[in-house]
Write a protein that binds this ligand. Sequence first.
Ligand SMILES: [Zn+2]
Length: 716
Amino acid sequence: MNSAALDTLQNTFGYDAFRGQQAEIIDTLIAGRDALVLMPTGGGKSLCYQIPALVRDGVAVVVSPLIALMQDQVDALGQLGVSAAYLNSSLSMDEVRSVEQGLQAGDIKILYVAPERLIQPRTLELLQRLPVSLFAIDEAHCVSQWGHDFRSDYLQLSLLHQQFPQIPRIALTATADDRTRAEIVSRLQLEQAAQFVSGFDRPNIQYRIEQKQNARQQLLRFLHNEHPTDAGIVYCLSRRKVEETAAWLSAQGYTALPYHAGLPSATRQQNQERFLREDGVIVVATIAFGMGIDKPDVRFVAHLDLPKSIESYYQETGRAGRDGQPATAWMAYGVQDVIKLKQMLSQSQGTDEHKRVEHHKLDAMLGLCEITSCRRQALLSYFGETDHQSCGNCDTCLTPPETFEGTVAAQKALSVCYRTGQRFGVNHLIDVLLGKDNAKVTQFNHQKLSTFGIGEELDANQWRSVFRQLVARGHMQVDVGGFGGLLLTEKCRPLLKGEQSIQLRKDIKVAGERKAARSSGGANLSGPDKALWDKLRSLRKTLADEQGIPPYMIFHDASLMEMVSHQPQSNEALGRISGVGASKLEHYGEDFVAAITEHVENLAEYAGSAANVKATEHETFALFKAGMGVADIARQRDITETTVYGHLAGLIEQGQLDVAEVVELPEQELDAIFDAMLAHDDEPFKLKPVYEALDGAYDYGILRCVRAVIVRETSE
Ligand SMILES: [Zn+2]
């Protein structure tokens, strides 16, 4: 590894070590060779060219189509003490000249350029006169005519190779299948480039898909339990639903802003700005929101409607957790979603071939929703990665769904559809199955049908689940007429005839108090740590507002979390926190150290006032030191032995007593207890599993004293 690169990583960016393939990619560029990099969002792509840009002589030119992001990128580099600038159509002629002068004076290390600006003769002539360290072509998939992000200007970027053959180039993208990759190589003339392909996995995102019952209440519970103060995105299909949901969330006390293509562009701009610059803002959006948003601390993405394809789902959920911290991709999905989307597809413009492809993609998405094995595994295998194990961080891994023998239920559902003439929607079919004697049933004389009231063994939600699975698996389809009626398909015949059986997914009732497997941000802090977290967040916000930049540019959440757990009280200690480089230490070190020190001192004061409570502990201590045993102390003080052990454990934890003084056991036995506790350290401080593992040989009082030693050692 190039030592200058590592120095730059540690001093400028404040990180200890490279992740994944970063080091190799950086070495390749520093050595002057070309590279093609496929890396998922949040994998640390930009470091791959930023570090070589700082290590090599001259200016690095970064080509990007996302003009709206350039100001933020330049600001973020500024925070790190790196001089950067950009050239695009948003600049005035004077501003362009000033950037050009900076370039000629050698003051700029990284230059962002829009592709259409780069290929202008004026820009190319300028670059010819400059020492260029490297070219980075971001969003390289824009060169692909097959992709939906195609940019014709990208096709001309091959001239970089022709006009600057000696200068290393790096092309980067997060979304590329084999065909797109081949296209990038040939169109950008990167045949000699070393290729670096990282997987699609985003391990920090927890994928969860639950059955829609009362979507709003489910969303509310999700936010309340897991992301009460976090920033996130809620996706809905229609503009109206976006507006209604945003208004409703606001009424529930959240800061929720709508975003869709029908809003005035000034409103859109403003809402996007607030999302970037304030803490804890929720954007409720149609899919129009997200392109060109590079906010690292989005903690959740929630879908209230089903995305049209796995590609969309992956792209939208991928906006969560770009900082690598735990994040949740949550979706509520129901039979009406399937019907609505199938209808939309049937009625859309476009060739039959196009519709066929779209239907195929939707079916794959439905498959992901209905799957009973690991969702991440299915998601990744859709992208060609078939060698993954179950992930342990999706809903099907965390709470494996049960299945049931659903043949009879399926037959009833299919036959009620057939007997009513294959023209009614799900709700009516369920009413007939449940024997509801309402107006619509009477109007069509459906109470006379043999299927009337034959489905009372399931409730309406369970029937909805049966219909959903039958549609998702292709046993039924939605009418093309657009009224949401269900029809039978050829595929259902063997099921109806009893030649085939079917296993259905038993949908789990949405639990009231679901605890996230790995919750994130400050949501799982409590007491003094929560207070410090809030204090540091508010300091970060104040500093960010003073400069008009988003808070994450000062420090990422991950750095704040580390500060909460290590509580650094000097600039030197703060400098060891990940994400705190030299420039940030210089600018913000004093403020953050002061805030942390103040917190620690307040806490000590509080502990002092609590000392009286500890008087009883000291009385026990005195008697113990006088040579009394636990049982004697309990008798003398008229307290239980458990309480006495509690006091002694507290004293061990404070370092005033040695465990061997209290627990008179041979060393081997003591070691065995330690081992048992450390074996259960996934549930720290819970004694019951340890008690059971040791077959109840030692009572809880002894275990508490041993645990006190571990607490003491781990808190040091
Ligand atoms: Zn899984």
